[in-house]
Write a new protein. Sequence first.
Length: 163
Amino acid sequence: MIHRLILFVVILTLGIGLETWDLDHTQYQAPWNAALAFLAEQSMLFFKGAVTRAGNQLIDPVTNKSVLVLGGCNGFEATFILITAILVYPSCMKAKAIGISVGVLAVQILNVVRIICLYFLNIWDEEMFRFAHLYFWQSLIMLDVMGVLFIWLRWQRGACRWA
């Protein structure tokens, strides 16, 4: 058990170290941030929202207020914690692959919802935007990671029996 905890900490440290190594966030995170902004823009346009996008920036055409999707806003850390926890847990590879795939998708879908909510909060109430950005959504994303992990932990027991 202790060796899994040590492995978790080592892998997590290496992953977060790789993220901070890309200090200007151009090599790995910039394309991901732009993709998240694109998904948020397309989601809002689908529901007839008024938004324009420039790279990783979502802009309200009426008020000219905008939100930027940057490192720390892209769900990388939460996603990496989930992936690391699934990889370290003793389970079959099939269950790990399914857990990582579904888990990353769940975290990133919630992250797009987060970006859209923060976009509208920034337009309507900047003080509420700050609170939601710094406290509410950070907690909700980590609760999503924990929920996905707990669901996967229950599911993988049955999935590995038949593998």
